[in-house]
Design a binder for this molecule. Sequence first.
Ligand code: NOJ
Length: 531
Amino acid sequence: MNKRDELWWRHGIFYQIYPRSFQDSNADGVGDIKGIIDRLPYLQALGVDAIWLSPIFPSPMADFGYDIADYTGVDPLFGTMEDFDLLVKAAHAAGLKIILDLVPNHTSDLHPWFVESRRSRDDPRRDWYIWREPAADGGPPNNWMSEFGGSAWQYDAATEQYYYHAFLAQQPDLNWRNPAVRHAIHDVMRFWLRKGVDGFRVDVIWHLIKDKEFRDNPPNPNFREGRPPHKKILPLHSTDQPEIHDVIAQMRRVIDEFDCRVLIGEIYLPLERLVAYYGRDLAGAHLPFNFALLSAPWHARAIEKIIFEYEQVLPAGAWPNWVLGNHDRPRVASRVGQDQARVAAMLLLSLRGTPTLYYGDEIGMHQVAIAPDQVRDPFEKNVPGVGVGRDGCRTPMQWNATPNAGFSTSPPWLPVADDFVHENVVNLEADSRSILSLYRALIGLRKKLPQLVSGAYVPIAAEGDLLLYRRQSEGKAVVVALNLGAEPVSVATDAFRPGGEILLSTFLDRQGEKIRGSLDLRGNEGVIIGG
Ligand code: NOJ
C-alpha cells in the first residue's frame, strides 16, 4: 500500500487483535506485543491492511485495559515502549497499519488524575471528573445506571459527593465539558500519532458528553426480564448528546494535524443516529463503527433491510463500514452457526465499505463456554447468568495442535476452545477448502476487483433464505448470491449475464463454473459471480 495513500482506510481491511489473547511470548499465559510481532507474517498472508489493538496501556485490569492508569505508557504485561516502537516499525515494514484504542470516556480510579480529583472538593483536578451532590435523601444524584450493573454513581465518603461511572466504579468518567480534559486527551493522541500510529478506535465515543442538567433517564417501555439491568432505562440524557459532535470534530482536527490517519468511533446507536457521527461536512469520525450486523436476525430480508437502510441514511460522501464481531459480542460462528459463518464472511467482504475482522473469526473460532469459577469478565461477575459474559469470545487464538494451541507455553488466562486440535491455523492453512482459505480467497478477490470495494450496492432479491445483490462500478459488476439457510436454493433470474462465471463459492469448489439460465446454490452456500 502506498505510504501517502490518504484513503487507505477506505479500501483497506481492518483486523482487531485482543492483545491478551493473540500470542504470548514470555510464558505468562497472557498475550503480548512481542507475540503480535511474531505473528505479523500471518496477518500479511491473510491479506489484512490494518490492525487495531485493544488497550495495551498501564492498567489495573479491572476491565482488562479499558481502565487506563497511564495513557502514554505500555503495561509491563504486554511489554515495553521499545517493544511497541518495534511493532510499529515491523508492521509498517510489512505494509500493515497500527490503530490504537483510545479510551477517553473514563480512566482507571488509580489514574493520578482521579487520585488527585478525589482528594478534596477544591482540588484543581476535581472538575476533571463528574462529581455531584447526593440527592435530597442522600442517594445517588439521578437514576442513571452503569452498563455493568447497578447505579452509575459511586459515593465517596471522604468528600461526601458521588462520582459518575458509566461502566465500573473503577472507571470514573472524565468530564468532557472541561476544556483541560480535552486538551490533555488531545496531547495523548499526539503522543501516539508522533510515534507513527495510524489512527484510533475511540471507545464509547457517544458517551463522552452527558446532559448538563443531569436529568433522570426515562424508563424503557420495551424492557424484558432477563435482559441486563441497565436496559431498564433509556440512556436519553447520559449518551448521544448534541454537543458530542463538537468534541469529535476537535479530535478529528488533531488527527488531521498528521498525514493519512484515521478516526474510528465505537458507537452503538440506530443507523439514523449513528451516521450523525460522520460529523457536519464529514468533519467527525472517518468511520463510525456500524455494528448493525452484530445483532441482525440471520434472515435474508432482515439483512437486506439493514444494508438498504444504511445505504439510504449515509450522508453524501460518507464511507460505509461493516463489523461482524468484536471482543464484546458473541462470536459470529456461534451466533449464526459454523456453516453460516462462511456465508457471513462472504457477506462482510462483499459489502460496500471497510470491513473489520475480529481475530479468530477467520478460523471459525466459536464462543467458548466458561465455567463459573473461570469467569474473568467484570460484566459477567456483576450481572451473572443473563448471557452478557464476554470471556467466551476472548479465548486464546488457536495457532496449532500443541498444548494451549500454540498460544502460550503456560496455562492461558482464559481456557482454549476444546476443538483447537483440529481447528487451528496450521491445520486450516493446509486445507485448501477451510474457512481460513475462504477468508484468504475473499480478501484476495476484494483486492483484485475494485467493484467489491467501492462499487455501488444494488439490491436484487431478498426472498426466503436467498440474499442477492450486485456490486457495480464503471461497467464492471459482480453478483453476490448468499443462501442463508441449510436447504438448497435455485435462482432463476436475469441478474446474471449469459456467460457469467463463478469467481468464488464459500465451499471453494466451483471456481470457473459457467452460469447457464439458473444458479443452484447448495445449503449454506454463497457465491460471487463475475461476467
Ligand atoms: C467498550 C469496550 O469495547 C468494552 O470492552 C469496555 O468494557 C467498555 N467500552 C468500557 O470501556
